[in-house]
Design a protein around this ligand. Structure first.
Ligand SMILES: [Zn+2]
Length: 428
């Protein structure tokens, strides 16, 4: 192991900094953008020139989305215009816009909201910290609003300071959805009950191309351990935590593991996915292209999404209880305190592996730490200054330790890893 936790050396820090800067210099890398394409090119360069590893870059088409214009007004206040942005995959309103009374749903928990009240209203729903056992995912709140017959959704940032928020509504979502900052939300809440809002949203939707990049560090092995990270992000910031941090971690782990002299039983496959933010589309496309025996040859997927944003890491193990033991022993070997979270969550690419019965985990920092920098994920503040290189270095050491634990498992041991999960892996 290179270096103990809490003691990242200058050379390692400089290398991580260089990689993080290279990705963040390309902007937020929305799926299908030139920034995302340039990031794939950069990753390919690192693999080819630095690691001497060949790779396959596969394009795929997906439903793209772009905001044209948004206008949000409080009609009763002489047309007071408010700052708002559409979130990805928001529907357009009719050209004249939608006039509807405002309804503040607070957190917007479907279990505590009344569908009859929401019908025909523009509902105000609070965005919430997403890395927590208690989180009600945005997709559930939005699906509820659509089912209830709301006219549109306004997502409110809970964090003061003009922090813009985003997050995808997923392709095909039927309602217009805009996001406002905390101060704008306060202004809306200060309006008289039932005040009329006017919302006009114009968006463009049409096919775009994203990519997946796959590389085998030790080709020719019967089985492989997949290390994955998504490359795409959001245009409102640098998508530094989410997920330049994951890409940098997987690359650094690959550099370290590539130096292994002795052959292991199981190989290492790097998967860099595109269009994760558009609904885990890159990993879905990759897995849909694998034959059953190829899926069976994946020992596990170790997916890194949003690290370096808090001191403590959590491995979300998607119901695979045997993976918990692997994490515990890997964390001990790396000298790190790592939490495990067993229930399945469909919040990154590991979910597509898990749903095919492949043991899969997501490594994330800041789980249940709403005060950590992880709260800047999906906001205009997800910039490189929020990423701590020590945290990335710890994630690299953990990832390498997990790979070591899985490297020499034989076929029966790999089968045991797949034992039926303790919780159903249906969609959350
Ligand atoms: Zn992510």
């Amino acid at each position: 192991m290179n270096g103990m936790p809490g003691s990242i050396d200058a050379a390692r820090a400089a290398a991580l900094r260089r990689d993080l800067d290279a990705l963040c210099d390309l902007g937020g890398r929305p799926a299908g953008s030139t920034g995302e394409a340039a990031a794939f090119e950069w990753i390919g360069q690192q693999l080819r020139d630095d690691l001497g590893v060949s790779f396959v870059l596969s394009p795929f088409e997906f439903p793209g989305w772009r905001e044209e214009s948004v206008r949000l007004e409080l009609v009763d206040d002489l047309g007071l215009r408010l700052e708002a942005r559409a979130i990805p995959y928001s529907a357009s309103t009719p050209a004249a816009g939608v006039d509807a009374p405002l309804l503040d749903l607070g957190r917007g928990d479907p279990a505590q909201s009344c569908a009859d009240e929401a019908r025909g209203r523009i509902v105000l729903i609070e965005h919430e910290y997403m890395f927590s056992a208690e989180t009600v995912h945005r997709s559930r709140k939005l699906a509820w609003a659509a089912e209830a017959g709301a006219a549109a959704v306004v997502l409110a940032s809970p964090w003061p300071g003009g922090i813009a928020i985003t997050g995808s509504a997923m392709p095909g979502f039927p309602l217009p959805v805009v996001a406002v900052d905390h101060e704008t939300a306060l202004c809306l809440r200060g309006a008289r009950p039932g005040a009329t809002l006017r919302l006009r949203v114009s968006t463009q939707q049409g096919p775009l191309t994203s990519h997946n990049l796959v590389a085998d560090l030790f080709p020719g092995c019967e089985r492989s351990i997949v290390l994955s990270a998504h490359v795409d992000g959001h245009g409102i910031a640098e998508s530094a935590i989410d997920n330049a941090s994951g890409v940098v971690t997987v690359l650094a782990a690959a550099r370290q593991l590539r130096r292994r002299a002795e052959a292991a039983r199981n190989g290492i496959r790097l998967c860099f996915f595109g269009a994760e933010e558009a609904g885990l589309l890159g990993s879905e496309h990759y897995l849909a292209g694998l034959a059953p025996h190829e899926c069976a040859a994946i020992v596990a997927d170790l997916n890194v999404d949003s690290v370096g944003s808090a001191a403590a890491m959590t491995a979300m193990t998607s119901g695979f209880s045997a993976l918990q033991d692997v994490v515990r022993s890997g964390a001990e070997a790396a000298g790190l305190a790592v939490r495990t979270f067993l229930p399945f969550r469909q919040n990154s690419d590991h979910a597509n592996f898990a749903q095919r019965g492949i043991p899969a985990l997501r490594l994330v920092a800041g789980f249940d730490e709403p005060g950590s920098r992880a709260s800047f994920v999906l906001t205009s503040h997800d910039t490189r200054d929020k990423v701590d290189l020590q945290g990335i270095s710890d994630a690299v050491q953990l990832l390498c330790a997990l790979v070591e634990r899985l490297s020499d498992l034989d076929a029966p041991a790999c089968t045991r890893l797949r034992f039926p999960p303790t919780e159903s892996r249906s969609t959350t």
